[in-house]
Design a protein around this ligand. Structure first.
Ligand code: ADP
Length: 369
């Protein structure tokens, strides 16, 4: 029996949300994911009863943690309906694809970093571009690959309308903007062209953007991943020589559950997690300067600490970030010394430090603030 089976066995002694059916057999149990010595469990509950369900959550956490070999257990309540709710037993975690595969390095590129999120709309692309600009400002040579073939955002984020030039050797020249070398499927395909991507096509397109682009010498290539944790994302995480991954989450619980899926996806394929960024973390009123924790801020920091994943910082929900990001004038390029520019610079400094090996990923946690 593996850890997962042991956890499920212990969850048989904890009554589920209906107060009777053991969690192990409850359709509310949606996920038991084990990565190394960490266990993630989520339980679907009626959001109105979330408070009343807290003792059950704690009991489940204690039960999971009591399994030998488990260092940390995180049980969350979600209003997510598990896939096939009503079917007995938990859903099998994640796609099976694992194991050794050749990882694609990119010639001349020292580090490849993925910026990922468990779901769309959390500000992954905005974070990726401002992180890239922060790394650039720190003196590094930086490239950005928009691997979000489903919804490429580089053309919008950097207001790029042109097409990449073909070089004599048939490779594409990256498009330069704000001192970054960039490539996106959005530069090649018309925005309105409906492209139906199938798994293998996604990888073929990304492989081409990695190999057939003259990236030149780069200290870091930031890869804006497609949102989510499906097969395409897993294949990408598995087949590109990633030095590490930065996971972007919003403070809402559901996004955090998605973020945890993102984390376990990378852990499964042996890519170090550089840390979690909490985006749209809090709101500072532009008129009065009052800070409001609109979404119950702090969730990402808390979870990161409990799981031993580094917390990389929080980026506020700010009109200026949205406006600059949607206007193609990212805030780190246009207002580097403003409070938001500085928040991204701090994030970039942490990412650079981990890449330079100053803080071992997965080792002792380093608190930066
Ligand atoms: P994703 O890549 O996760 O889909 P985007 O980066 O495209 O997300 O962001 C989604 C929307 O949220 C965009 O309109 C963007 O301008 C906005 N946004 C992202 N981060 C912030 C922030 N910190 N404050 C305000 N708006 C933001």
């Amino acid at each position: 029996m593996g850890i997962k089976d042991d956890v499920i066995a212990r969850l048989a002694s904890v009554p589920g949300p209906d107060g009777a059916t053991p969690l192990a057999r409850s359709p509310a149990l949606s996920d038991v994911v084990v990565t190394g010595d960490k266990v993630y469990v989520s339980i679907a509950v009626d959001p109105a009863r979330a408070d009343a369900m807290e003792p059950m959550r704690q009991a489940a956490e204690a039960a999971a943690r009591s399994v030998p070999g488990v260092a940390a257990a995180l049980v969350t309540l979600t209003s997510d309906r598990p896939a096939g709710a009503g079917s007995p037993g938990p859903r099998a975690p994640g796609p099976k694809a694992q194991g050794a595969q050749t990882r694609l390095p990119v010639e001349g590129v020292r580090h490849i970093v993925a910026v990922a999120s468990g779901k769309g709309g959390v500000g992954k692309s905005t974070t990726a571009i401002n992180l890239a600009l922060g790394l650039k400002a720190s003196g590094w040579r930086v490239g950005v690959l928009d691997a979000d073939v489903f919804g490429p955002s580089l053309p919008r984020l950097l207001a790029i309308a042109g097409r990449p030039e073909l070089m004599p050797d048939k490779r594409m020249a990256p498009i330069e903007a704000f001192g970054l070398k960039t490539m996106s499927i959005g530069f090649l395909v018309d925005e309105d062209a409906a492209v139906v991507w199938r798994g293998p096509m996604v990888m073929a397109a990304i492989r081409q953007m990695l190999r057939d682009v003259a990236w030149g010498e780069l200290d870091v290539l930031v890869v804006d991943m497609p949102p989510g944790t499906g097969d395409a994302q897993l294949t990408l995480a598995q087949s590109v020589a990633l030095a590490g991954a930065v996971v972007v989450s919003t403070p809402q619980d559901l996004a955090l559950i998605d973020a945890r899926r993102g984390i376990s996806m990378f852990e499964k394929v042996g890519v170090p997690i550089l840390g979690i960024v909490e985006n749209m973390s809090y709101f500072v009123c532009p008129a009065c300067g009052t800070r409001s924790d609109v979404f119950g801020h702090g969730g990402a920091r808390h979870d990161a600490e409990r799981l031993g994943v580094r917390f990389l910082g929080e980026i506020p929900l700010a009109m200026a970030i949205r406006e600059t990001s949607d206007a193609g004038t990212p805030i780190v390029a246009t207002d580097p010394d403003g409070p938001h520019g500085l928040a991204y610079a701090a994030l970039a400094a942490k990412v650079r430090a981990s890449l330079e090996g100053l803080g071992p990923t997965g080792g002792p946690r380093i608190i930066f603030d």
